[in-house]
Design a protein around this ligand. Structure first.
Ligand code: ZN
Length: 285
């Protein structure tokens, strides 16, 4: 096992603590029977499993980008208890350890806007007021994802929380894109759909090496089987199709797959059978 940063040509990738929480094991594996998934990750007596919300920091010579924003620091006592948050959001401190301030982040790339990915867009400052966590950043979201934030369906109302977007709407630091787009050379966004209508992936490529962040299409290394998807997916058949397509495409390039919700494995490659091969972990060697 190796430790971050992961070097992708000119880019360095770090994982920042966006808070960890516990979710019902069944919801994370959809229709997969418990007798199968519990062999890979043993649940607590209340059937929950621990998941991280690891914000990716991508450092380039002229830029600092983050992918998603974690749970944030606005959760109420009740929410902290419901989600059994045991490691609070510490993005600002984690950035400082790498020599960066939150004002140094110039892009926030949002895979989608569920609360566990968008919770850190807006933070409480020392006075308890809401402000943008990354005040100088352009926040890039797919257009149809943002339409669903503004007009959530019945199910999405419980996961697109208005307080996560308040300052963003007021300050206009958002860029909506429609489909695939290059942010700058080496960083590309691709609309995937599946988990949500406007879910997108982030492709990082430089000097012949590639990493891809599939967000909630590939939340942990345990989900490498295309049929192992989450009950939270809004369009499950689309997730299976797209995931199969992307796993093959990026495996052929010997790409790294980076993870947001995996408490142990932060990135891996896949072998020709689609199983995790090389592994990056934060665990001590
Ligand atoms: Zn998620």
């Amino acid at each position: 096992m190796k430790k971050p940063p992961l070097h992708i040509g000119e880019f360095q990738i770090y994982w920042l603590n966006g808070g960890s929480f516990r979710l019902d094991g069944g919801t994370m594996f959809g229709a997969v029977p418990k007798v199968l998934w519990e062999k890979r990750c043993l649940p607590a007596p209340d059937n929950t499993l621990l998941f991280t919300n690891d914000v990716l920091l991508i450092k380039a010579a002229q830029h600092a980008l983050i992918v998603d924003t974690g749970l944030g620091n606005k959760l109420t006592e009740k929410q902290l208890a419901i989600f059994q948050v045991d490691s609070p959001w510490s993005i600002v401190d984690d950035l400082a350890k790498i020599g960066l301030a939150r004002e140094d982040i110039d892009y926030v790339l949002l895979t989608h806007c569920d609360f566990d990915h968008a919770g850190g867009i807006v933070m409480h400052n020392a006075q308890g007021e809401e402000e943008l966590s990354f005040p100088k950043a352009t926040h890039i979201v797919q257009k149809n994802e943002w339409e669903d934030v503004e007009h959530p369906c019945r199910r999405a109302q419980s996961t697109y929380w208005p307080e996560n977007f308040s300052c963003l709407k007021r300050k206009g630091h958002i860029t909506l894109i429609d489909g695939d787009q290059e942010v700058f050379p080496g960083i590309r966004l691709r609309l995937t759909g599946g988990h949500t209508r406007g879910h997108q992936l982030i492709e990082i490529s430089s000097q012949g090496t590639t990493a891809v962040h599939l967000g909630d299409l590939f939340p942990t290394h345990i989900h490498s089987n295309p049929l192992w998807i989450m009950a939270y997916d809004n369009f499950p058949l689309e997730v299976i199709d797209k995931k199969e397509q992307y796993l093959k495409e990026y495996q052929k390039k010997n790409s790294w797959f980076t993870f947001y919700h995996d408490p142990v494995v932060k990135a891996c490659t896949l072998n020709s059978k689609g199983h995790p091969d090389q592994i990056w972990s934060l665990a001590a060697e």
